[in-house]
Design a protein around this ligand. Structure first.
Ligand code: ZN
Length: 279
């Protein structure tokens, strides 16, 4: 694969692929193009029989600032250049129908797709990881964080109850999930590790080296056993109702967008956008 705009694809060690978000000038904000380029890179690594472990890293001081709110055009125009990976479609439909189709495809759909890649994946997170950024890190099996990493979901202030891939209760437990959502306070790397959301916290300067060494150690294990171990843990989460709960949260998220369209004429509460621009 040649590097797509915004994405680097590297093979830093035998059996290890490293996908790098490479829009540091926008703090790796996610527009539709970046999400599909990332999906293509994940697909390549998943389908390459020589790759056993996939690292998702990010260039620059911050992992991801979330959705790129500056992306222009209608929903249909945003989606037109890309081949959808799901079957819901109808991106040109009016009202809630078109928006729900897009978010089901590029947010919930892609994140769930990456979560189910049958190979170990490791997110390598430094700096800020905000809202939509969580939907890139959380689907990975392991998260290694630099000691300067901090996580935040500030969407409640924008009139929306959490990002589209609503894994919060599974990632940090229900009580902390509510605090994160209600306050939009930063969750630091060490606290995230204590909650089980992050596996390891390492000094910033050692983040890449540590993550690669971890990937190499995992890649020494038999591939089929790794696949089955991942599938077994994922199945345990799903047996606890994860999929149904996330579908409910997604439906509420779409209700919030529709409410905001009716009240504010835009899919989010503009009051929350002002706050976000200041932070
Ligand atoms: Zn949304």
């Amino acid at each position: 694969m040649t590097d797509a705009p915004g994405i680097l694809y590297e093979t830093p060690a035998p059996h290890v692929a490293r996908i790098v978000l490479n829009r540091p000038e926008s703090r790796n904000a996610q527009d539709t193009s970046l999400l599909y380029a990332l999906n293509d890179a994940f697909d390549q690594a998943a389908r390459d029989g020589d790759v056993k472990v996939i690292i998702l890293a990010a260039a620059g001081p911050h992992f991801s600032s979330g959705h790129d709110l500056r992306e222009g055009g209608t929903i249909a125009e945003q989606m037109a250049p890309f081949d959808p990976v799901g079957t819901w479609c109808g991106f040109g439909c009016a009202g809630a129908e078109g928006r729900m189709a897009r978010e089901k495809e590029v947010y919930l759909g892609l994140s769930e797709r990456w979560r189910n890649i049958p190979k170990p994946t490791i997110a390598q997170v430094q700096g800020k990881c905000i809202a939509g950024g969580l939907m890139l890190a959380w689907p990975c099996d392991l998260i290694v964080a630099a000691d300067d990493a901090a996580f935040c979901d500030n969407t409640v202030g924008m009139g929306v109850a959490g990002v589209e891939y609503f894994a919060h209760p599974w990632e940090m437990g229900p009580r902390k999930a509510k605090e994160l959502l209600f306050t939009a306070d930063w969750l630091g790397a060490e606290e995230a590790r204590a909650l089980g959301m992050v596996n390891q916290v390492v000094p910033s300067a050692q983040l890449s080296e540590y993550t690669l060494a971890l990937a190499i150690r995992i890649a020494a294990k038999p591939m089929f056993a790794l696949r089955m171990a991942k599938e077994a843990v994922n199945a345990a989460e799903d047996a606890q109702g994860r999929v149904g709960a996330m579908q409910t949260a997604f439906a509420l998220h779409q209700l919030a967008h529709s409410h905001n369209m009716q009240v504010h004429g835009m899919p989010v509460d503009p009051g929350g956008l002002q706050v976000r621009r200041k932070t």
